[in-house]
Design a protein around this ligand. Structure first.
Ligand code: ZN
Ligand code: ZN
Length: 194
């Protein structure tokens, strides 16, 4: 996924890329993440020049088959992540960190601390790592098949979305529940003494 810098003008160019699971696992990608990719990821972007700078904006879309963090069922997780990137010419700048210097030499692209900015060098800018990061950023921290998923019972392990069990009452009381009980008893004693 290369951005050909010389082809860009002040008028936005529309670009489209797709990325397979193999692509997502390549470079700095996460093989575990790639294994869940249900169909190739899609990227639509508009790129143009702003003076010396390059301006990119677009959206990444993908569908993943993930395991729910509560009930462990596999479910389909759509990802739709908009992104923007402003790239300044690196010129003679050398990134202080070795990773950054390596990225600039290899991809012609190094991202700054702010995710949406960076520097480019040369006439071909490889966007693969950046787009992989966009996809990763679009995934939920904790995958859930649905917001109200009831999860598995911690005692007997049944899926509370499909069955119910009697375990709730046997769960140990929380310290807060015990305190609340104590407060109720004190309150009722005060009531008696009046
Ligand atoms: Zn679930
Ligand atoms: Zn149970």
């Amino acid at each position: 996924m290369e951005l050909l810098v010389d082809r860009l003008t002040e008028d936005p160019s529309e670009l489209e890329f797709t990325g397979s699971a193999d692509w997502l696992a390549s470079c700095a990608g996460d093989p575990g993440l790639a294994a869940g990719l249900a169909a190739p990821a899609r990227f639509r972007l508009r790129a143009h020049r702003m003076g010396e700078d390059l301006y990119l904006e677009g959206v990444a879309e993908a569908d993943f088959d993930l395991g729910c963090g509560r009930c462990l069922e596999r479910y389909r997780q759509p990802v739709r992540e908009p992104f923007r990137l402003v790239l300044e010419p690196a010129g003679s700048r050398v990134p202080a960190d070795p990773e950054g210097a390596e990225a600039l030499a290899r991809d012609g692209l190094v991202l700054s601390e702010e995710f949406e900015a960076g520097w480019f060098r040369g006439s071909e800018v490889r966007l693969d790592r950046f787009l992989q990061e966009v996809i990763a950023a679009g995934l939920p921290q904790k995958p859930l098949c649905r917001e109200e998923c009831a999860g598995l019972c911690p005692s007997c392990g049944i899926d509370r979305n499909v069955e119910s069990c009697e375990c709730q009452e046997e769960q140990p009381h929380s310290p807060f529940a015990a305190l609340a009980g104590l407060r109720d008893r004190l309150a009722s004693k005060e009531g008696e003494s009046e």
